[in-house]
Write a protein that binds this ligand. Structure first.
Ligand code: M1P
Length: 251
C-alpha cells in the first residue's frame, strides 16, 4: 500500500454540483485496491451522496470528511456482512454553537445578510445563508440559483473579485472573532472557525500529512484547498475532472 490519496469533490471529482462521470468512477474503483482513499469536501453529506452515489462512496473511500473535515463519516464498512446497515456512520462532528454565543451567531448572520442586500449581482435568488452547524455557507447570488445563473455568477466573480472583496470586508468586520472565510466552489464562501479548514481532517486520518497526496481544484489564496495542499507531501492542481482522469491513469 503506497501513500494515502485525498480528493476534493466539486471541480475535482465532479463538475461543480454535478454527478461523477463513469470514467472517473471507474478510475477510483481501480485505484482503491492499492491506495487508502479519503474524500475531503466543503459540502455536507447529502450533496456528496447525491453527486457520487452511495455505492461508490462505500466501495472507494475509507472515510468521508464533510464541511471541510469538521463532520466525519466512516465509510469503510464490511459490505459482505449480512443483516447490518450500510449507512455510513458519523464518527465526529463539531458545532459553532459550542464556541460562539447565539448573540454572536445572530450578529454574524445579520452582517452577512446586510452585505448581500447591498451587493450588486445580476441575479439574487434564495438561501443566501445555509447553516451547517460547523460551518456557515454564504452565497451572494443565493444557493437557489439555476445552473445558468451559477455559471454567470462564477464568470462575474472571476472578473470582479466579488467574493474576494466580500472576504476582505468580513475579515475586517469580524477581526478578533477567530473566524475563517474560504471560497468553496463557484458561488459561495464557507465560514467557520480558524483552524477548521480542510487540514482539520488530519485529526481523523491515520497517515501523516507528508504521506498523503491531495487532488484539488481550489488551491489558490482564499480557496478551501489551499491549506491542505500545502500540508500534504504532494498535491495536484486539478483543472477539472477530465484533467484528473489523466493524472489518475498514472496511479
Ligand atoms: O465542495 C465545494 C463547495 O461546494 C459548494 O460550493 P458552491 O455552491 O459555491 O459551488 C458548497 O457546498 C461549498 O460549501 C463547498 O465548499
Amino acid at each position: 500500500m503506497s501513500k494515502a490519496l485525498i480528493f476534493d469533490m466539486d471541480g475535482t471529482l465532479t463538475q461543480p454540483r454535478k454527478t461523477i462521470s463513469d470514467e472517473v468512477a471507474h478510475q477510483l474503483r481501480r485505484i482503491t485496491s492499492t491506495h487508502k482513499m479519503y474524500l475531503v469536501t466543503g459540502s455536507e453529506y447529502a450533496k456528496v451522496e447525491q453527486q457520487l452515489g452511495a455505492d461508490l462512496i462505500l466501495r472507494v473511500f475509507d472515510k468521508v470528511f464533510c464541511c471541510n473535515g469538521t463532520v466525519v463519516y466512516n465509510t469503510n464498512l464490511d459490505l459482505d456482512a449480512e443483516g447490518v446497515s450500510f449507512e455510513p456512520e458519523m464518527i465526529h462532528q463539531v458545532d459553532l454553537t459550542d464556541h460562539y454565543s447565539q448573540a454572536d451567531i445572530n450578529h454574524i448572520i445579520s452582517v452577512l445578510l446586510k452585505y448581500a442586500a447591498k451587493n450588486h449581482t445580476r441575479y439574487k435568488t434564495g438561501t443566501f445563508v445555509e447553516w451547517r452547524r460547523s460551518q456557515i455557507n454564504f452565497s451572494l447570488i443565493g444557493r437557489d440559483c439555476t445552473t445558468d445563473q451559477r455559471e454567470d455568477y462564477a464568470k462575474w466573480d472571476k472578473k470582479s473579485g466579488d467574493r474576494d472583496k466580500a472576504i476582505e470586508f468580513f475579515e475586517r468586520e469580524f477581526k478578533g472573532y477567530g473566524l475563517c472565510f474560504r471560497k468553496g466552489g463557484q458561488i459561495s464562501i464557507d465560514i467557520t472557525r480558524a483552524g477548521w479548514d480542510k487540514t482539520y481532517a488530519f485529526e481523523n486520518i491515520a497517515e501523516k500529512p507528508d504521506k498523503c497526496v491531495f487532488f484539488g481544484d481550489n488551491i489558490i489564496p482564499y480557496g478551501n484547498d489551499w491549506e491542505i495542499a500545502a500540508k500534504c507531501g504532494k498535491h495536484y492542481v486539478v483543472r477539472n475532472p477530465l484533467h484528473l482522469l489523466e493524472i489518475l491513469k498514472t496511479y
